[in-house]
Design a protein around this ligand. Sequence first.
Ligand code: SF4
Ligand code: SF4
Length: 340
Amino acid sequence: MEQVRLGKTNLKVSRVGIGGIPLQRPSEEDAIELIQYAIDNDINIIDTSIGYGSSEIRIGKALVGRRDDVTLITRTGVTDKKTANEHLERSLKQLQTDFIDIYEMHNISTAERYEAAIGEGGSLEAMYEAQDKGKIGHIGITSHCMETMKTAVKSELFDIILFPFNFINNESAKDLVPLTKRYDIGFTAMKPFAGGRLDDANLAIKYLLQFDNVVPVPGVEKKQEIDEILDIVNGSWELTGEENQKIESIRMELDKPFCQWCGYCEPGCPQEIKIPLVINAEGMWRLWPHEEIVDMYKKLLDPAKTCIECGQCEESCPYNLPIIDMLVEGIKYIESKIKI
Ligand code: SF4
Ligand code: SF4
């Protein structure tokens, strides 16, 4: 499989990697087999997080005796140094390794979280120390907010980013792709299927392969999905006229603003509703183990029903989303699943 240089990390990785959220869903045995099958077929970049349930543990088991075959990415969502250190130690243990190639700050989508993470006593200090001790190779950042990500890239504090990128939500194409090239930052793409809204893997992956510095890391849970990815990557990526037309018509149909998980709406909610989780209830159902989601749904439901329609969240949303209506839909979806 063709390899690509991951920006100034200078790591050479496969043109497509695998993302770790759905690895929690199959049985452990199947998940381990799946990861090894991907590696056997030359996929050599694996992206996970301490926050993805059993994902790190399963990856760790799959990599026994073959750790050197992959570039391993994991991350912590905390912004303070002490907890970041604890998370790193736990990730090393769970992944059964003494070295993580790329360690990232997870979901740094607001200016406050960014400042806390890079400031005194922040998680970045823990990462620098871990780098000095040889526990991690490179430092990266993930975000759902374009402005925060642009700031992060320009800061030159990071070697690699993870950002949502797909042909519906293709702001990255005009903004982040050239910027990461200019700063020589590796670009891994999350949500290549737009959180499950795109079901044509051929179009979704081929589209991203047009950008020579972008490495999609689609979440996988079945061998068949890996086979599909391999067929695309090992075949011709050039989009035909017909495929381009198809992309355009899907984009026109689906190109409505959707939640980017930036988190701006949540802090001001007087009812402390977990807004992004409720309005993205349907997308989460497709990715996470259903027993865990049902537990989470139960915790989300009652607070969500206390919405007083004050409109505070809609004023804070940079994408002008009709959050109050979306909450109603989210509540209906949650109720339908909890009844199962
Ligand atoms: S409209 Fe509802 S969800 Fe939005 S901030 Fe007000 S109470 Fe919270
Ligand atoms: S609803 Fe808007 S503000 Fe809230 S997380 Fe989604 S995109 Fe961000």
